[in-house]
Design a protein around this ligand. Structure first.
Ligand SMILES: [Zn+2]
Length: 275
């Protein structure tokens, strides 16, 4: 059987995934040792070194010398019982890069690799990913509009449904709330009558708007979501106005909407940044 986390590309499973062992244990084919390589690109977020074999070890110590790599989008891989460790905490690694060698450190009964795949830090069955890429998570944004009450939440997916919108045609939207599945969304709205921007808000900790007061423009920015940006547009009685990506739009104003035209609906999606 093949495996992309061993340098030889060839492995033998010695302990399968089960409820009691949410990992797979591997050796190289014919019970030999091997060098361990990173499953996918990512960042080392946990790196434990200097451990000896200790069969009674508990907690993190039971992993012995151990490396955990965060691959973004909620997935991480973990490699335990290593003899040598070649990487440091915080280091960026590439798929196939050597990260250490198979060993017998921590709570281990013979040299092997203990390999975990974690989704949002809960351990899932790694077997399907021994040779395959981790799933691609498509980021999304969930949002809702306030007219005289909060309307149902809408979720728009990247490259999929952009026909959905929050709000009601020809009814003033007077507040807005949005939360992305990746990063932090900063947003603010401009009041039509008072001709001023309200303070920025972040995610669903608050909402943007003064309930009951007309909005004529919206500004948004997605931060801490490497490679992604927020795409949005608003409509008024005139129809839909131009799309914005973050603080970029065709007119260079950096906001969605037209001053003096009351906003009734909004559309949002998370998109991959160009370049
Ligand atoms: Zn194990």
């Amino acid at each position: 059987m093949g495996s992309r986390i061993l340098k030889s590309g060839n492995n033998q499973i010695t302990t399968k995934y089960s409820i009691g062992h949410k990992a797979v244990d591997l050796v190289k084919y014919r019970s030999q040792l091997d060098t361990i390589v990173a499953h996918s690109d990512g960042t080392v977020t946990f790196c434990q070194t200097g451990k000896k074999n200790n069969k009674l070890a508990v907690g993190n110590a039971s992993y012995g010398n151990c490396v955990k790599i965060d691959h973004g989008n909620g997935y991480a891989t973990l490699y335990a019982h290593l003899a040598l460790v070649y990487v440091k905490n915080g280091q960026k690694v590439k798929k196939g890069q050597e990260i250490g060698t198979m060993g017998n450190t921590g709570r281990s009964f013979g040299a092997h690799l203990h390999f975990e795949v974690r989704q949002n830090d809960s351990r899932i069955d790694p077997t399907p990913y021994l040779e395959a890429d981790l799933p691609t998570v498509v980021p999304s944004v969930t949002y809702r509009a306030y007219t005289t009450k909060w309307l149902p939440k809408i979720t728009d997916y990247n490259q999929q449904n952009t026909s959905g919108y929050a709000g009601v045609r020809s009814k003033n939207m007077t507040a807005l709330q949005a939360v992305p599945s990746v990063g932090i969304l900063r947003y603010r709205v401009h009041l039509l009558k008072e001709k001023r921007w309200l303070p920025w808000v972040e995610n669903d900790a608050d909402y943007a708007g003064n309930k009951g007061e007309q909005i004529d423009a919206v500004q948004m920015q997605l931060i801490d979501a490497e490679g992604y940006e927020i795409r949005y547009r608003v409509s008024s009685k005139k129809g839909w106005h131009g799309w914005c990506e973050g603080l970029t739009d065709k007119t260079g104003d950096g906001y969605a909407g037209v001053f003096g035209k009351a906003v009734d609906r909004i559309q949002m999606a998370i998109v991959r940044k160009e370049s």
